[in-house]
Write a protein that binds this ligand. Structure first.
Ligand code: ATP
Ligand code: MG
Length: 556
């Protein structure tokens, strides 16, 4: 146990501290219980890292459990992606990978137990009738006419349900609690339904399936989960959760604790909306780098460390709020700043010829990988008479305070020499096609030259050795100014969310970059090799984030 008063605790930790102090539990066990009906997103990452983090902090256990009690939507594609995402985030569930569908027998027995205790009954009302009988927030519900069936009759009918004697929707098993409860969840909730459907794990063994509110507490209790952490919308379901564990009679009942969901401002996180974008082909799959699924963040070049930092910064709270996407960007910049090399890449190339540099000469300049982190060492960058620079680094008629290249001006070529623009050529459309400079051999970087100063430094790559690449720039997929939805309820898409630059040129050290490798391209941002579209001889980079930030870390 940590010393009291030295570290501030969030409200969940305070509950755990108390439970351990009072001996309610000896050790803790948490879980992440995804329904395999889509890919995980940044909100789930928060839940995963919260649950895993607590288990680690208190020397307890963390389980991964697929909540696959619903036979309609589950797909093995989703199971596989969720497993990969949880592992990638570093949430180690060791050998504790569970499937709720493996507990169907125990759930069935629990239901039988409730029937025997007179706490559950088979009801023949239709779904509409059940809704009608349920009452409202201001009016109590009405008891079902089937509520007082005998235990024997209920046992028989429930067995018949299991044996496939009834059509879907004709009979349900309901908990017998209180139709007058102020909490609607307690008004004889349905706990089992008939559904003649094949389940991805249990096949056709079952034609009755438990409802979430009944299944979830049983799953937790079977696994010995102590703190069942979920999001706020389940707060009103907690009395039912407690009722189930109590009435089924688990010796060490788990405790449900709710926290607020993570929302990102103007970012689509709901599975439903992401699914829509995927199904309508608006994005390139669930891992399209513009999305905030974990798979997409990974593909875009985010790191597990940056997501952990983000989740830590967000903190845990009971009140709903929305976090700015800029905070996520801040985290990946912070993570990559010292870790990754700073390389030269020209995204919109224009040729630069150094007229007084020997025609066939190449030289190799030693350049630091990362000026702020000498541990990354040096690399050799080839330099020659013909180079490429970024088009925006030259202007024929510059405005005031433009310190880059223009006729007559001298700039530093990063890590190389000073060059002075002597002339340039244009095509018939007025587009600059070639810039001519002279260089001063005395100004070689690292030569000890202490002469005149220049105000601008620009990046470049040598024409002969340049590596070709496609670079993709991203903006938010939703137009932030106008909000997430249009008046007709459709998503308000940003038409500029993807820009593809097909003719980028990189320094040759980048030729061997592998999928998920990331770099800073000086002045352009952080970029990552796309794992899906990049080939050994046809590199594709995604921009993770630009260098500039509007985000300031709030004062603690
Ligand atoms: P969504 O509706 O956003 O797709 P979900 O709640 O349907 O999510 P589940 O697979 O049921 O997805 O959720 C698994 C776990 O993740 C649950 O414990 C849930 O509370 C948690 N979770 C889901 N969304 C968020 C979020 N935005 N922030 C924090 N936790 C979340
Ligand atoms: Mg859900």
């Amino acid at each position: 146990m940590e010393e009291k008063g030295t570290v501030s605790r969030n409200f969940i930790e305070q509950i755990i501290d108390q439970d351990l102090n009072e001996g309610t539990y000896e050790t803790i066990c948490t879980r992440f219980p995804p329904e395999p009906n889509g890919y995980l997103h940044i909100g789930h990452a928060k839940s995963i890292l919260l649950n895993y983090g607590l288990a680690k902090k208190y020397g307890g256990k963390f389980n991964l459990r697929f909540d696959d009690t619903n036979p309609t939507k589950e797909k093995t594609e989703f199971v596989d992606s969720i497993l990969a995402d949880v592992k990638w985030l570093g949430a180690d569930f060791e050998d504790r990978l569970y499937f709720a569908s493996n507990y169907f027998d125990q759930m069935y027995e629990a239901a039988v137990k409730l029937i025997k205790k007179g706490k559950a009954f088979v009801c023949d009302l239709t779904a509409d009738e059940i809704r009608e009988y349920r009452g409202t927030l201001t009016e109590p519900g009405k008891e079902s006419p089937y509520r007082n069936r005998s235990v024997e009759e209920n046992l028989q009918l429930f067995e018949n349900m299991k044996n496939g004697m009834y059509e879907d929707g004709t009979k349900v098993l309901r908990a017998k609690i209180d139709m007058a409860s102020p909490n609607i969840n307690m008004r004889d909730p349905v706990i089992y339904r008939v559904a003649h459907m094949t389940h991805h794990n249990t096949g056709d063994k079952w034609c009755i399936y438990p409802m979430y509110d009944f299944a979830h507490p049983i799953e937790d209790a079977i696994e010995g989960v102590t703190h069942s952490i979920c999001t706020l919308e389940f707060e009103d379901h907690r009395p039912l959760y407690d009722w189930v564990v109590r009435e089924v009679g688990f010796e060490h009942p788990p405790k449900q604790i709710e926290f607020a969901k993570l929302y990102l401002t103007n970012v689509v996180t709901g599975k439903r909306y992401i699914k829509k974008l995927v199904e309508e082909g608006i994005v390139d799959g669930w891992d399209d780098p513009r999305l905030v699924t974990i798979a997409a963040l990974k593909r875009r070049g985010f790191t597990p460390e940056s997501i952990q930092m983000f989740v830590d910064l967000c903190g845990i709270s009971k009140s709903q709020s929305s976090v700015d996407y800029a905070m996520l960007e801040y985290c990946i910049r912070e993570d990559l700043k010292l870790k990754r090399p700073r390389m030269m890449a020209v995204l919109d190339p224009v040729k630069l010829v150094i007229d007084n540099y020997p025609e066939d000469q190449m030289e190799y300049l030693d350049v630091e990988m990362n000026l702020e982190n000498p541990q990354l060492g040096m690399r050799r960058v080839p330099f020659g008479r013909e180079l490429y620079i970024d088009r925006e680094d030259f202007m024929e008629n510059p405005p005031k305070k433009y310190f880059r290249l223009f006729p007559g001006n001298e700039v530093r070529l990063m890590g190389a020499y000073f060059v002075k623009c002597v002339s340039f050529e244009k095509d018939e459309n007025g587009k600059v096609t070639e810039i001519h400079c002279t260089y001063d051999p005395e100004t070689k970087c690292g030569s000890g030259f202490t002469g005149r100063k220049v105000k601008g430094t620009i990046h470049w790559v040598a024409a002969k050795t340049a590596v070709h690449a496609v670079v993709r720039l991203y903006e938010n997929i939703i137009d932030e100014e106008k909000g997430v939805y249009n008046e007709d309820g459709s998503l308000n898409l940003n038409p500029n969310s993807l820009t593809v630059l097909n003719d980028c040129l990189l320094e040759p050290a980048l030729a061997d970059a592998k999928p998920y490798d990331s770099f800073q391209f000086v002045r352009q941002g952080y970029f990552c090799v796309d794992a899906k579209d990049s080939k050994e001889d046809a590199l594709v980079f995604n921009r993770i984030v630009s260098l500039k930030s509007s985000f300031k870390l709030p004062k603690q």
